[in-house]
Design a protein around this ligand. Structure first.
Ligand SMILES: *Cc1c(COP(=O)(O)O)cnc(C)c1O
Length: 235
């Protein structure tokens, strides 16, 4: 078995362990393998360990990798876009992805709906919330969620599925739990009136335990599966 395959299996075991500690069921926590900057060979490797959900952050990179994998026969991968979205990249995202987790403004939602090709199923959307409230971070504020959610529900080609957040990069576990908990509370409130909302995307390599403790239904793991990324994350 390759290192990547072992890593996928190790993360699945950690999900099980952290779910047990949190008195939750592991099957309600999805693993998203974050393959940004990594070659298609690495994606195939993880695929062969049973991994099906993959996350990409750069439209230009995904525009090459996704069709290449489809041509090679890997047609049942569920592709999640998780990076900051510039207006001029919405067309690529609308055409290639199944899920977009980083919608944080109405303008982007409008473009994604308009550019979703007819004949494709609706694009599944999560609203990204800036839970750490750091000014340089993407995501809307808590006070903007309801308006963006209503807008997404009014579109023809988007379907609102959940919320996504990125905690501050800190070793202070209590601070991470505090940031995750606030979004979990909003998620639980929204679920009461919108049964289509099922996804709370929280947790990365460094904070997956806190995320699972706080109710995450999807952890986004890059480094612990594919190793450190080799080139800077701005393209
Ligand atoms: C890159 C990225 C991840 C993966 O981070 P790791 O620390 O490598 O696990 C998760 N979520 C988002 C939004 C990312 O951009």
């Amino acid at each position: 078995m390759s290192t990547i395959q072992e890593n996928v299996i190790n993360i699945q075991e950690l999900i099980l362990k952290f779910a047990n500690l949190a008195k939750r069921t592991a099957s309600e926590i999805k693993l998203l393998a974050v393959s940004k900057t990594k070659p298609v060979e690495n994606i195939i490797d993880a695929y062969n360990a049973g991994q099906r959900h993959f996350g990409e952050s750069y439209a230009k990179e995904a525009e090459i990798k996704i069709p290449e994998l489809k041509e090679k026969g890997y047609k049942d991968i569920i592709w999640h876009f998780i990076g900051p979205i510039q207006s001029n990249k919405t067309k690529i995202i609308a055409e290639y992805f199944d899920v977009v987790e980083s919608v944080d403004r109405i303008k982007i939602a409008r473009r994604l709906s308009e550019q979703r090709p007819s004949g494709m199923p609706p694009l599944e959307v999560y609203i990204q919330v800036n839970i750490s409230e750091e000014p340089q971070k993407s995501g809307c504020s808590f006070s903007e969620i309801d308006e963006i959610a209503d807008y997404i529900r009014s579109t023809d080609n988007l379907i609102l599925k959940g919320l996504m957040g990125i905690a501050e990069n800190t070793t202070d576990s209590r601070e991470i739990v505090s940031q995750f908990s606030k979004l979990a509370a909003k998620f639980n409130e929204m679920k009461k009136t919108d049964t289509g909302i099922t996804e709370l995307s929280l947790g990365m390599t460094g904070d997956m335990q806190e995320a699972i403790q706080c109710g995450s239904t999807e952890i986004r793991i890059g480094t612990a599966i594919f190793g450190a990324r080799e080139y800077p994350e701005h393209k």
